[in-house]
Structure formats: C-alpha cells, structure tokens
Write a protein of this length. Sequence first.
Length: 52
Amino acid sequence: MVHFGTVTAGKFVGARVVRATEFLNTDLDACYTPEGLQQISGPSTLNIASLL
C-alpha cells in the first residue's frame, strides 16, 4: 500500500511525502474464518522529498 501527501507543519513544510507499507500475511486461511482477518502488519518506509 502506498500513500502520498505533503508535510503541513514543521521543518519540512511543503515537502512531498511517500509512505510505502508491505503487509505480511503468513496465515493464508485467516480470511476464510468467520472472524475474518483481524490483524495485519509489516514494514513501512517513509520518504520525504524536500523542495529546493
């Protein structure tokens, strides 16, 4: 999943931001239970592209 945005306050105000998260699902049958997939997690990377 990738999110795009802009810094709205602080030192990097106006800079573009990209956050990429890779979701890891090691329980492939979790989606087929009555409760469904209740939790998912994974590493996330935040990139701030400063304006010159």
